[in-house]
Design a protein around this ligand. Structure first.
Ligand code: BYC
Ligand code: FE
Ligand code: FE
Length: 474
């Protein structure tokens, strides 16, 4: 399954064997490059960047590292190999052979899922496009660009499916993916979190920690799909997702590490003092965490969703780790706990498991987020600092689903609007917090130098030293 880089569009799907499809995608390619020139990382066009590029989809040998001129990155189409005799593992078609073409009756829903997934990828590039101007180091700048080019490739992954399997309306959707803009009032991105701003590097690291983790869980659910090309393409995307979450987890760890260093040196936990010393106090980091965790929780959709039930029953989208779960994989009788806050306090109610699949995936995501946050807390403990980061209750600050109408504290208590207003400044980033974090953002790009508010990483990229010249500015 090695990738053909001789082609205009690198691919491992024998694009050359389908001239009509090849022509259609080669027509979309310059439109993508125009979009990248307009909306991709600002100022990066002349940079030579130490990036990894996929060379094959094998577990071992998929990445090669080298200097690439940013706009000349080889975006392409990479699917994991077909598993012979793969069977559908859940839903009404369980046990039947997976589909290599789109069944007519599921066409609209499949297209909708693929478009929603595809829309998030360019959205994140748009959200992050100014961050390069305030990178805390050359190492971090390189990681940002790596994430950006891979999100660009994730767009290619979905556009390939649209072109190959959905004909004319697929091509129209592929064009529309380049026309919507994150945060645009007239033509916004589809999902809420992808219209938020990512104005500073603390936000960026929180985004890659939480929101790319939504990517991990949504993509995992799609790797189970009965539509085999979707399963195979999302499998490969997942291998790239791991790096994005690593960037977030380590970015926050390094920020916390630097703050702790100053706290211990100056023997203070006073936020004002710490801010004056140019580091981000831990309560501010917690407020950013609260914001990104809650905005990302919304990405899983309504707690009870007939869409989710239909996607599952018809075999389009499974559960996280579907094949490892020990049940009938049809869920006709099963129930699942969901929250109801209508009565003035949160009560757990059993709902039909099929309708609660969004909630279930959200719960899987929260568990995974918690284990990441635990690693930051371990660091605090080891340094003897009495502070603990907490992932807020999943009902906190929700805008999607029935919990959206209710005010709920980060600890999961239903509260009055007055109590919310009185405490909001302790729970979510205030304009002053954001202005302070923004004030720290200055460009540090000499090899091996780091901004004052973040520790260096413990190692560099691909065995290179931390002070490697990861980017050669043209
Ligand atoms: N914002 O029945 P419901 C990634 C709408 S991240 C705005 O619950 P459903 C990445 C919904 O459309 C992974 N609107 O919806 C990360 C529906 O509208 P209609 C992205 C929302 O369909 C970092 C209505 O509310 N992939 O890859 O069950 C960087 C009722 O909702 C939102 C996917 O999401 C929202 N947050 O669930 C780069 C996978 N949520 O029909 C990339 C594909 C819901 O009433 N998507 N609505 O007009 C899906 O599987 C589903 O569409 C969702 C929503 C889980 C998102
Ligand atoms: Fe992605
Ligand atoms: Fe990602």
């Amino acid at each position: 399954m090695s990738i053909d880089y001789q082609q205009k569009i690198p691919n491992n799907v024998d694009l050359a064997g389908d001239k009509t499809l090849q022509r259609a995608l080669e027509h979309w390619q310059p439109e993508f490059l125009n979009w990248w020139a307009d909306m991709g990382p600002e100022g990066s066009h002349r940079y030579d960047c130490y990036l990894r590029t996929a060379t094959s989809v094998d577990q071992e040998g998929w990445a090669s590292f080298g200097y690439v001129k940013m706009p000349e990155y080889r975006w392409g189409i990479f699917l994991n190999p077909q598993v012979p005799d793969r069977k559908i593992s859940f839903g009404a078609h369980k046990g039947e052979a997976v589909w290599q073409e789109v069944p007519g009756e599921y066409r609209a829903n499949l297209r909708r899922i693929i478009v929603t997934q595809g829309d998030t990828e360019p959205a994140s590039v748009e959200q992050q496009r100014h961050l390069g101007l305030t990178a805390p180091s050359m190492y971090d700048l390189r990681n940002l660009f790596q994430v950006n080019v891979e999100e660009g490739r994730h767009l290619w992954a979905m556009v390939y499916l649209l072109h190959r399997y959905f004909g004319r309306d697929g091509r129209e959707e592929a064009e529309a993916l380049l026309e919507r803009r994150s945060g645009d009032a007239d033509n916004p991105r589809i999902l809420g979190a992808f219209n938020e701003r990512t104005p500073d590097w603390l936000s960026f690291f929180m985004f890659t920690f939480f929101t790319d983790r939504d990517g991990k869980f949504q993509l995992s659910a799609l790797t189970e799909s009965a539509f085999d090309p979707l399963a195979r393409t999302t499998q490969f995307m997942l291998t790239e997702e791991g790096h994005h979450m690593f960037v977030g987890r380590n970015g926050i760890r390094r920020i916390v590490d630097r703050t702790c260093e100053i706290m211990l040196r100056e023997r203070t936990d006073n936020p004002e003092k710490l801010r004056a010393l140019g580091v981000i106090d831990l309560p501010t980091i917690q407020r950013y965490l609260n914001f990104h965790a809650s905005v990302t929780a919304d990405l899983f959709g309504a707690d009870l969703s007939s869409n989710a039930a239909t996607f599952y029953t018809t075999g389009l989208k499974g559960r996280y780790m579907e094949s490892r779960l020990k049940d009938d994989h049809q869920l006709l009788e099963a129930t699942y706990p969901v929250l109801n806050a209508g009565s003035g306090q949160i009560v757990v109610e059993q709902a039909p498991a099929l309708n609660a699949l969004n909630e279930r995936l959200r719960d899987d995501f929260i568990k995974d987020s918690n284990s990441g946050v635990d690693a930051w807390n371990k660091n605090l403990q080891e340094r003897g600092i009495d502070f603990e980061f907490v992932v807020p209750h999943k009902a906190f600050n929700r805008q999607i689903g029935p919990l959206a109408g209710v005010k709920i504290s980060p600890h999961g208590k239903v509260i009055s609007a007055d109590a919310w207003n009185a405490n909001m400044r302790d729970w979510l980033p205030t304009p002053e917090d954001r202005a302070f974090v923004q004030s720290l953002m200055g460009r540090v790009v000499e090899p091996g130098k780091f901004a004052n508010w973040i520790s260096p990483p413990s190692s560099g990229i691909n065995g290179q030293p931390v002070e490697c010249e990861y980017i050669r500015f043209g």
